[in-house]
Design a protein around this ligand. Structure first.
Ligand code: ADP
Length: 585
């Protein structure tokens, strides 16, 4: 198909050769014949021309009258003839040469080639100008005039700024029925079999019901089929969160570009600075200590004795194999690792731990637990299952059990940051960092009665990565449990920093990880989907990346604090010769 011709930003020119002729090659004009002003030269030749014409005509008439042969010429006749030709040539050169040239000469082919190239360049420039790039200085950024007959093509927007207008009569009827309550909003997907249309109708009905506009909440740009029964019910759009990249983060000898979805300014930049300091110091080492998701149902008996009987049964190593066979029936990937029980009177809390492959594993572990509970009913018919989750798991709540026992992936990550990097990149010192860590992350958090909160801002990094990679953002509660340690090493020149995080709950399959944008972020990290070679390898790698990114974040924020506040306050209150008692009073 022929490409449409793009218009040029230049004014339309006549089809004249545009090739420039060098000055030294320029042909002289007839007016250059005499070294006189142009108007004088012209007047001279005009006078000469008409004088000799008059003279020659007079001579011609005289010869006819005297019957003299025309070819007999006198000396004055010869001079007159020469003057005639000279003045004729001059006048022709001055006034008529352009006209004669335009009739006699055609432009040479290479001149047109040159012009064609110029036209092509204009087309290319016009093409470039249509790209959405910032205006460069070299480019003409003025808007090209629109071709008069061309239809105006509005670029398709990723989001709708206006409330969705539903056009068909059938849609209008549906909106009315949702508004008046005859059609439940939740049933739209199953009724229509078109998730996008269902969302549009629900959205319009919601706007009419509430009288509030949803303009600004995009509807287009999300695959509504992909969230059905998996990620979100009754959708009316989606919220946009910008994704920034920190890195390269060098961990275990590999570089990662870490996607962070956040609306907190400086967070990505700060983490990026930490990544730089780690990279310049040779990288971080991240070690996975444990990998097991937990679920703890609560069961009740008539007596504490019966609850204790079940506890002893479940924790007896001889029964483990039987229980694991029952548990493992539910999934190829869920493998029972252990059972720990806690008694509260007649109530028993049974904490099952299992590996879950590349899935975060909540569904998987719950299915396995249900199998075991069903199995136990035979030997313990008096067992009353209060709930499949009895909060001893513990999911999405700060709990010491996760802090001590771990949940999901337990990771420790360390790096030795060189003294000169701390000085040049982080603008602080080893000594200041060690002191700040002791007073803030350890002592300060102890004073606050922290539970797993012995860090500066682990949850910032955890949550940003979780949002970007489709993790369950509510699990940032226990996933952000972290103790940050700092110590001077190499005779005080360098800094050893570590983060220990016992409950990083991540997966690379299931939940939000399969959505297009989240999946792209996992792909960037090289951990998208299920690991083909070793099930679980992708989610474990992701956990080590999360811990390393937290290390970078801790390093950078702590340095900012040390450089900005602590050092200054040290100078003011600890190291100056000022009488502090006077200053404070
Ligand atoms: P979760 O347990 O984290 O909620 P889902 O149950 O939603 O996760 O997703 C796990 C699903 O993915 C299971 O059906 C499981 O069989 C499947 N699956 C495929 N490959 C893997 C893998 N490598 N690791 C874990 N699960 C996998």
């Amino acid at each position: 198909m022929e490409a449409p011709r793009l218009y040029s930003t230049k004014p339309v020119q006549s089809l004249k050769p545009t090739k420039k002729i060098p000055l030294e090659e320029d042909h002289g004009k007839a007016s250059d014949a005499l070294p006189l002003p142009l108007h004088l030269t012209n007047a001279l030749f005009f006078t000469l021309f008409f004088s000799v014409v008059y003279f020659l005509l007079s001579r011609w008439r005289e010869k006819i009258r005297t019957s003299t042969a025309l070819h007999v010429v006198t000396f004055s006749d010869i001079i007159a003839l020469l003057s005639f030709f000279a003045s004729f040539i001059y006048l022709l050169g001055f006034f008529g040469i352009d006209f004669v040239q335009s009739l006699v000469f055609q432009p040479s082919p290479d001149v047109w080639v040159a012009e064609d190239e110029e036209d092509d360049n204009e087309v290319l420039l016009a093409k470039e100008d249509t790209r959405k790039v910032p205006c460069g200085q070299a480019l003409d950024c003025s808007l090209p005039p629109l071709p008069p007959a061309a239809p105006i093509v509005t670029p398709q927007k990723v989001f709708d700024e206006q409330p969705v207008t539903v056009t068909t009569e059938e849609d209008e009827e549906l909106i009315k029925s949702v508004v008046d309550g005859t059609t439940p909003s939740y049933s739209l997907e199953s009724k229509l079999g078109d998730c996008k249309r269902a969302a549009a109708i629900r959205r319009e009905a919601l706007q009419r019901l509430t009288g509030k506009s949803l303009s600004g909440l995009p509807l287009d740009g999300l695959d509504y089929e992909s969230i059905l029964g998996q990620c979100c019910e009754m959708p009316v759009g989606y919220v946009q969160i910008p994704v920034g990249i920190a890195g390269p983060l060098l961990v275990n000898g590999r570089e990662y570009s870490v996607p962070m979805a956040t609306t907190e300014g400086c967070l990505v930049a700060s983490t990026n600075r930490g990544c730089k300091a780690i990279h310049l110091s040779g990288g971080a080492t991240s070690v996975l200590l444990k990998d097991g998701m937990t679920r703890a149902p609560c069961v009740r008996f008539g007596t504490a004795k019966r609850a204790a009987d079940l506890k002893l049964y479940l924790e007896d190593p001889d029964n483990f194999e039987t229980l694991s066979v029952v548990f493992n029936r539910s999934s190829r990937f869920g493998r029972l690792q252990g059972i720990k029980c806690a008694i509260a009177g007649k109530n028993l809390y049974i904490r099952f731990t299992c590996s879950t492959g590349d899935a975060m594993g909540m569904n998987m572990v719950s299915k396995g637990v249900q199998n075991v509970l069903d199995f136990l009913q035979t030997d313990f018919p008096d067992m009353d299952v209060i709930g499949i989750s009895g909060n001893f798991c513990s999911d999405k709540k700060p709990a010491a059990v996760n802090w001590i026992e771990g949940r999901g992936k337990s990771v420790v990550c360390e790096a030795i940051i060189k003294g000169d990097v701390i000085k040049k990149v982080l603008k602080t010192s080893v000594e200041s960092l060690v002191e700040l860590n002791m007073l803030k992350n350890l002592t300060g958090s102890a004073m606050a009665g922290a539970l797993g909160g012995f860090n500066a801002h682990a949850s910032n990094i955890v949550t940003a990565i979780y949002l970007a990679t489709g993790q369950d953002p509510a699990q940032n509660v226990e996933s952000s449990h972290c103790i940050t340690m700092m110590e001077a090493v190499n005779e005080g020149k360098d800094l050893h920093i570590s983060v220990t995080m016992p409950s990083i709950e991540v997966g690379t399959v299931g939940g939000g990880t399969q959505l297009a944008s989240q999946s792209a972020c996992l792909n960037l990290l090289g951990v998208k989907g299920a690991s083909k070679e070793t099930p679980g390898a992708n989610s474990r790698t992701l956990a080590t990346i999360v811990a390393s990114a937290v290390l970078a974040g801790e390093l950078s924020l702590m340095s900012a604090l040390a450089a900005g506040q602590l050092v200054k306050s040290h100078m003011k209150y600890n190291r100056s010769s000022k009488d502090v008692s006077k200053a404070t009073s």
